[in-house]
Design a protein around this ligand. Structure first.
Ligand code: MIG
Length: 808
């Protein structure tokens, strides 16, 4: 079929009239004059719209082991509409496969656009007002190349989020993006249409109601949020099927939950992966790495992870070690382990073309590399020179690659960093017709490009899992929807620019909305030279990102916490230590996230969807649901405006001053102060700072309590396990519930252990009660012992305590 399926509602055009429909168990199939389609009910809130336009089979790379829970479905045919009712939605399908979705009160949520697609005209400077011929041609080419295009009605007051880590701002209204994984070495700017990742999923928010659309198509796709025309938004693809999911909220949190139900959540990581990580292109030879390792300990700056970038390899041959620079890597890894370090090594996909190099020989012998149309392995050039591309879309290749992970992890490597897997290539892009196995359904580069990094991460994850039986730590640069199940991501080669610090916030928030809960940027910036002030501000943001890694490029000035001056070093120490004290809080978020999909860095709209003032805020975020962070991301600023959302009061983390929500305040923020606010009623679990995770045996949990200033009640659930194995999946963990209540001058805290199945329990709980000095203090009815009642009232109770009463 070569016809262009543009769903724009011209009478009789494209799909044509409905001829026939049939209800099956979970789906309704509809035959139109010119094509067929299905409407598949995944849950009462998630509906898949599908038509096998160009390929017969459905071939999702993102949705694995889909569990359907459709609930009760009824189907009707009235006035030329197929009407599908779920327990949450009413879906109307009319001629030409026009879709309208309503809630059960009849409120319209999302509708196909009925007019023609009509992009704005780009006027230039020639006599006819046309743009230069070449650019006009390019635009036309893009339009022509899109074979499938869906237009949806765009209403005033709409906001769009998601699409992974696109540059620019949080709200994507008015912008146009392309999904084609790209390694562009230029400084990332707002006008970039592509990045390293392709996550074809977005959340739309209109009048306090949110829904999401996941366009599951791995070919090049384009998303236009009212840029080409303010009456509609669109998504389109160059090939593949019409295959998209509508995910109803009405809260954005429910949309993320639904999206991660389809594509998966990030599994709970090992606790140390949430510690501070130091990287550099490259720490080599061994002496330099050791110097860095010693410096952290000497300078009393916590650090868990050190990275080995490409120079640890022998001539950039993956899965080898340079014997000159690292003559005895096993011994070295052992020694660093003794100092509490975990070492992560980089692995690129490109395999050096080099007879006698075992990885190359094995790959060649078994036909594991992508080929040209004649079946000859395709060669391009990357770091090792001429190199071949393992065909990760082939199960057998993934298996081989998974096995190769043993070469690293059996020698003590703790995690693997996958880079260059867009895939990048130095001698021009891979041609469209490079052949891939695609798990037996042969295809070409156009379909695999965007999932190449996804499959590489999957193989890496599975290999490490089998080899270690611990939760794998994999970092990848390229991703597709669903990669979050296998890897953490970073936003690639940013630069030491204030604009990149500023932009990292919306990028990370949108990644979080797109299912990537475990993400971060290169703290301090990768390219260009960092400054003391920039690193000081960046580490304040890094302390709250899931992946907290300082990384910089070869030949850039040093960027370790101590690389500048004492003040910068002490600011680094302060925020890295704060990070370590907050580890149980962050770990709780990641544990929660495994079920809810809710990320660590959240745009304010997730928790405050009723407050429209927050919909476009780029420079503040929620860290979990108790902490709001409003970092300074501009050079020279020592104060900033902070918007505190409506719905509760807020307590300044540093001064303990209380503020009403729903207002802008001005916060003084000298270089060592990152504005942080705790939600009233907030309970924050804390550990003591340590040099690395596991250094100290944690027998006491601290609870930093921010009591309500009026009547109120809150609950915090804390999770505890061994921090590394999969035993928690068979039940080996503890859960503690802390309930905080205030009425009048009484505060009551209830502690309950709702699950005790993991052996190492806390011996005691230390409470810090901020902002209150009690007159009377009882632990299970007995007068308690006060530890400190200066500015912070604190006390410790044994792990058997159940109820604390404070009268003031
Ligand atoms: O072409 O391995 O984004 O983090 O340090 C550059 C060297 C290759 C790009 C990665 C960067 C890494 C660098 N890599």
């Amino acid at each position: 079929m070569n016809q262009k399926f543009q769903l724009k509602g011209l009478q009789g055009f494209m799909f044509g009239k409905i001829k026939f429909y049939e209800k099956k168990s979970n789906d309704v199939s509809i035959e139109f004059e010119n094509g067929r389609a299905s409407v598949d009910i995944i849950t009462p809130s998630i509906i898949n719209f599908f038509s096998p336009l160009y390929t017969e089979r459905r071939a999702s790379k993102a949705v694995e082991n889909l569990k359907r829970m459709p609930g009760k479905i009824t189907v009707d045919f009235i006035d030329g509409q197929v009407l599908v009712y779920t327990e949450k939605l009413k879906v109307s399908i009319t001629d030409n496969f026009m879709v309208d979705i309503f809630d059960l009160n009849g409120k319209r949520i999302c509708s196909d656009y009925r007019g023609e697609d009509k992009p704005f005209v780009r006027r230039g400077n020639d006599d006819d007002g046309n743009i230069a011929a070449e650019e006009g041609h390019q635009l036309e080419e893009e339009r022509k190349s899109q074979k499938i295009k869906i237009l949806k009605q765009l209403n005033p007051g709409s906001y769009f989020y998601g699409l992974g880590d696109r540059t620019g701002h949080l709200n994507k209204l008015g912008y146009h993006y392309k999904m084609w994984n790209t390694d562009n070495p230029n400084p990332h700017v707002e006008s970039f249409e592509t990045m390293y990742k392709s996550i074809p999923f977005f959340v739309a928010l209109e009048k306090k109601t949110a829904y999401g659309i996941f366009f599951d198509n791995s070919y090049e796709t384009v998303f236009d949020f009212g840029k080409e025309n303010s009456n509609y938004y669109s998504f389109s693809a160059v090939d593949g099927n019409l295959d998209y999911y509508f995910i109803y909220g009405p809260s954005a949190k429910e949309v993320i939950f639904g999206y991660t139900l389809l594509t998966g959540t990030t599994p709970l990581p090992q606790l140390w992966t949430l510690g501070y990580q130091q990287s550099r292109w490259s720490y080599a030879p061994e002496k330099r790495l050791q110097e860095i390792a010693n410096n952290f300990r000497k300078k009393d700056i916590p650090c868990d992870v050190l990275y080995l970038d490409i120079d640890y390899m022998d001539g950039y041959r993956v899965f080898t070690w340079d014997q000159q620079k690292f003559p005895n890597h096993e011994k070295m890894l052992d020694r660093l382990k003794g100092q509490g370090y975990k070492i992560v090594t980089i692995i690129d996909p490109g395999v050096k073309k080099d007879k006698g190099y075992s990885i190359y020989d094995q790959g060649l012998k078994n036909n594991y590399f992508a080929t040209d149309r004649d079946g000859i392995p395709y060669v391009n050039r990357v770091w090792p020179g001429k190199a071949l591309y393992p065909d990760f879309s082939n199960q057998a290749v993934r298996h081989w690659w998974a096995e190769n992970q043993k070469i690293l992890v059996n020698h003590g490597v703790a995690g693997v960093w996958n880079d260059m897997n867009e895939p990048a290539s130095f001698d021009g892009p891979l041609p469209d017709d490079v052949q891939f196995n695609n798990d037996g359904r042969l295809t070409d580069h156009r379909e695999i490009h965007n999932v190449y990094g996804h499959y590489m991460s999957k193989a890496t994850y599975e290999g490490i899992k089998t080899a270690t039986n611990k939760r794998p730590f994999v970092i990848t640069r390229a991703s597709y929807a669903g990669t979050q199940k296998y890897a953490t991501v970073w936003t690639g080669d940013n630069q030491s620019l204030w604009e990149h610090l500023r932009m990292s916030l919306p990028m990370l928030m949108n990644l979080g909305i797109s299912g990537f809960a475990f993400c971060g940027t290169d703290v301090g910036g990768f390219g260009f030279d960092c400054t003391p002030e920039l690193l000081s501000r960046w580490v304040q943001v890094g302390a709250f990102t899931a992946l907290f890694r300082n990384h910089s490029s070869a030949s850039m000035r040093d960027q370790e916490p101590w690389a500048f001056d004492e003040k910068t070093e002490s600011i680094n120490r302060k925020y890295i230590k704060l990070r370590y004290r907050l580890l149980p809080y962050f770990y709780d978020i990641m544990h929660d996230e495994e079920t809810t999909g809710l990320p660590m860095i959240r745009p304010l709209l997730l928790d405050y969807q009723n407050d429209e003032n927050v919909y476009g805020i780029n420079d503040e975020f929620m860290s979990g649901s108790n902490i709001l962070v409003a970092p300074v991301v501009e050079q020279g600023k020592t104060a900033r405006m902070v918007y505190l959302p409506k719905g509760n009061r807020w307590i300044d983390y540093w001064t303990k001053a209380v503020f009403d929500g729903g207002q802008y305040i001005v916060k003084n923020a000298p270089l060592d102060v990152c504005p942080i606010y705790v939600k009233e009623g907030g309970i924050i679990p804390m550990y003591p700072a340590q040099n690395y995770v596991g250094e100290k045996k944690i027998s006491q949990l601290t609870l930093d309590i921010y009591p309500f200033t009026g009547k109120g009640e809150s609950c915090y659930e804390h999770y505890q396990d061994d921090g590394e194995s999969f035993d928690y999946r068979s039940g080996s963990y503890n859960l503690y519930d802390f309930i905080l209540k205030r009425s009048g001058n009484l505060i009551e805290i209830n502690i309950s252990k709702t699950r005790e199945a993991y052996g190492e329990k806390y011996q005691s709980f230390k409470f810090i009660i901020n902002g209150i000095k009690p007159l009377e203090f009882l632990v299970d009815g007995q007068t308690g012992k006060i530890e400190n009642d200066d500015d912070q009232f604190s006390f410790t109770v044994s792990n058997t305590a159940k109820k604390i009463d404070l009268k003031f």
